[in-house]
Design a protein around this ligand. Structure first.
Ligand SMILES: Cc1ncc(COP(=O)(O)O)c(C=O)c1O
Length: 469
C-alpha cells in the first residue's frame, strides 16, 4: 500500500498548487495522441499508473480555483475531501446498517437536519429522505413518488391507457425530461409552463395548462418547481403553486439542487418562502455546499412514501431481519449498492456548522451584488436577466450595432478565448432569445478583485475579437 500512498501524496500536493491554470483546453483527438489509453492483456508497472494518474489531473479543469465560474460548484472543502478519501478507503455500502453502521447514523442525522431546514420536520411531523446520486435522481424519485401516489398500481402492473401529465417551468432543469422518460410518463407529457419576466414559473399559466390537460382527458399528477434555476437562479413561487396543487390534488416538488442552501441564511431564506408546503424537496450538497460529487438528497414530508414507492425485493439474501433492520436504508432507495456519501457531508457540516454555510451564502450574495452593479455602470456589459441568486447572465455589446445572432457568436467566442488564453473559465447560456456569459458565484475564496479582473478581461477580449474580425 505504501507506494500508492506516496504517489497520492505527491499528486495531491502538485494538484493544490495555486499557479496551475484553471483549464487547459485540449481536443479529444489531441489527448488521444498524448496519453496511451490502451488496456492490454499484460498488467503494467506502478510507474505507468503514476504517469496516468498524473496526466488525468494535469488535464482536469481546476474547479476549486477562484477563476472557475463555469458550473454550479467551485472551491475547496477540506473536511469533505477528508470524508471522500475515507469513504473510498472503507468501501462502505449504504443498503444495510451492517455494511455502514456509522454512515447510516450520519445519514439519518443529515436527513433530520435537512428536513428541519426545509420545514418538513416540525413538532407534529417528521420528514423522511434518502441520499441520492444528485439532483437528477432526486427529481426522478420525486416524480416516482408522485406517480405512486396518483396511480399505485403502476408499480406492479405497469401503465394503463390514461396519460399522466407533469408540469415544470420553461426554466426547469432537463432532469425533468429524463425522469419523464425513465418513468414511462413520456417527455411529451412533461409540460413546460411559461415563466414570468423574472424567470419564475407563472401560476396562472400553470393553472391554464392543468385545465387544458384535464380537458384532453389526461391525468395531471405532478408539479415540479425550481429553487434556483440553472441559468438565472430564479425561485418559483411556492404558496401560489401549493394552492393550485391542492385544488387539483397534485404532488408538489421543489428542485432545490442549486438554491436550497439559502435556507441556512436568515437574510436570504425568504427566497424559498413556503417551501415547507411542498411534498418533496431535492437538495444537492455537491453544488453550493462544495462537497465533492456525488452528494445529494431527496426529502419528503410524507413518512413511508419513499419505502412504499421504491421498496421491494432483496429480502431473501440482503435485508435480513435482525435487531438493526429498522436502520437499513436500502428499501428507500432505487439503488442496491450505494456509496456512503454521508460521511463527507457530515464532516463538512460538523466543521462549518449551519453558521458557516449561512456566512457563505451571505458573502457570495454581496459579491454577486457588486458584480451586478459593476455591469450596470459599464457601457459595454449588459445584464440580460435578473440575478436574484448567484447566477449573473450578461452580454458584451460593442459600440457597433450587432444583431442577436452576431452577439451570440461574439459572446461565445469571448468565453472560449478567455479559456484558451489561460483566463477565467466561464460558460455561456441563453435566456429569452439572448445568449450571454453566465457567471456562477460558488467559491467563497473569490474576491471582488477576481470579479473585476474577469469583467475587464471580458471587455478586453470582446474588443480585440471585434477589432480582428
Ligand atoms: C436546478 C437543477 N436541478 C437539477 C440539476 C441536476 O443535478 P445533478 O447534476 O446533481 O444531477 C441541476 C444541475 O445543474 C440543476 O441546476
Amino acid at each position: 500500500m505504501q507506494p500508492y500512498l506516496d504517489i497520492f501524496q505527491q499528486l495531491a500536493s502538485q494538484y493544490f498548487r495555486q499557479d496551475r491554470p484553471v483549464s487547459k483546453p485540449i481536443s479529444a483527438t489531441e489527448l488521444e495522441q498524448i496519453i496511451d489509453f490502451s488496456l492490454g492483456v499484460e498488467g503494467a508497472e506502478l510507474g505507468a499508473l503514476k504517469q496516468a494518474a498524473g496526466d488525468y489531473l494535469n488535464y482536469q479543469p481546476a474547479s476549486a480555483q477562484v477563476d472557475f465560474f463555469k458550473l454550479l460548484y467551485s472551491g475547496h472543502n477540506n473536511p469533505a475531501l477528508l470524508g471522500d478519501w475515507v469513504t473510498s478507503l472503507s468501501n462502505a455500502n449504504m443498503h444495510t446498517y451492517q455494511m455502514s453502521p456509522v454512515a447510516t447514523l450520519m445519514e439519518q442525522e443529515l436527513i433530520n437536519q435537512w428536513n428541519r431546514l426545509v420545514g418538513f420536520t416540525t413538532a407534529s411531523q417528521t420528514g423522511d429522505g434518502v441520499m441520492v446520486s444528485g439532483g437528477s435522481q432526486a427529481n426522478l424519485i420525486a416524480m416516482m413518488i408522485a406517480r405512486h401516489q396518483a396511480c399505485p398500481d403502476i408499480k406492479v402492473k405497469g401503465f394503463s391507457d390514461q396519460a399522466l401529465v407533469a408540469f415544470v417551468s420553461d426554466q426547469a432543469h432537463y432532469s425533468g425530461q429524463k425522469a419523464a422518460n425513465v418513468l414511462g410518463i413520456g417527455t411529451d407529457n412533461l409540460i413546460a409552463v411559461a415563466s414570468d419576466n423574472q424567470g419564475r414559473l407563472c401560476p396562472s399559466a400553470l393553472k391554464e395548462a392543468i385545465e387544458y390537460s384535464i380537458k384532453q382527458g389526461h391525468k395531471p399528477f405532478y408539479i415540479g418547481l425550481t429553487a434556483g434555476t440553472t441559468v438565472l437562479g430564479a425561485f418559483d413561487p411556492v404558496p401560489e403553486c401549493r394552492a393550485i396543487a391542492d385544488q387539483y390534488n397534485l404532488w408538489l416538488h421543489i428542485d432545490g439542487a442549486w438554491g436550497a442552501p439559502v435556507l441556512f441564511s436568515q437574510q436570504h431564506k425568504h427566497l424559498l418562502k413556503g417551501c415547507e408546503l411542498a411534498d418533496s424537496f431535492a437538495w444537492d450538497a455537491h453544488k453550493l455546499m462544495n462537497v465533492p460529487i456525488t452528494a445529494a438528497v431527496i426529502l419528503t414530508r410524507h413518512q413511508g412514501m419513499l419505502e412504499q414507492t421504491c421498496g421491494g425485493g432483496g429480502a431473501d439474501y440482503l435485508f435480513h431481519s435482525d435487531e438493526n433492520s429498522a436502520y437499513n436504508l436500502g428499501q428507500k432507495s432505487i439503488q442496491c449498492g450505494r456509496r456512503a456519501d454521508a460521511l463527507k457531508v457530515w464532516l463538512s457540516w460538523k466543521a462549518l456548522g449551519n453558521n458557516g454555510f449561512s456566512d457563505k451564502v451571505d458573502q457570495l450574495q454581496v459579491l454577486k451584488q457588486g458584480c451586478v452593479e459593476a455591469i450596470g455602470i459599464s457601457t459595454e456589459l449588459h445584464m440580460i436577466g435578473p440575478a436574484p441568486y448567484l447566477n449573473v447572465l450578461f452580454q458584451y455589446r460593442p459600440s457597433t450595432d450587432l444583431n442577436e445572432e452576431q452577439l451570440r457568436v461574439l459572446n461565445i467566442a469571448i468565453c472560449k478565448s478567455m479559456q484558451t488564453e489561460g483566463g477565467a473559465f466561464v460558460d455561456y447560456a441563453k435566456y429569452q432569445g439572448k445568449t450571454g456569459i453566465r457567471l456562477i458565484l460558488a467559491n467563497s475564496d473569490t474576491q471582488a478583485s477576481d470579479i473585476s479582473r474577469l469583467l475587464t478581461n471580458c471587455i478586453k477580449t470582446g474588443q480585440s475579437l471585434v477589432t480582428t474580425s
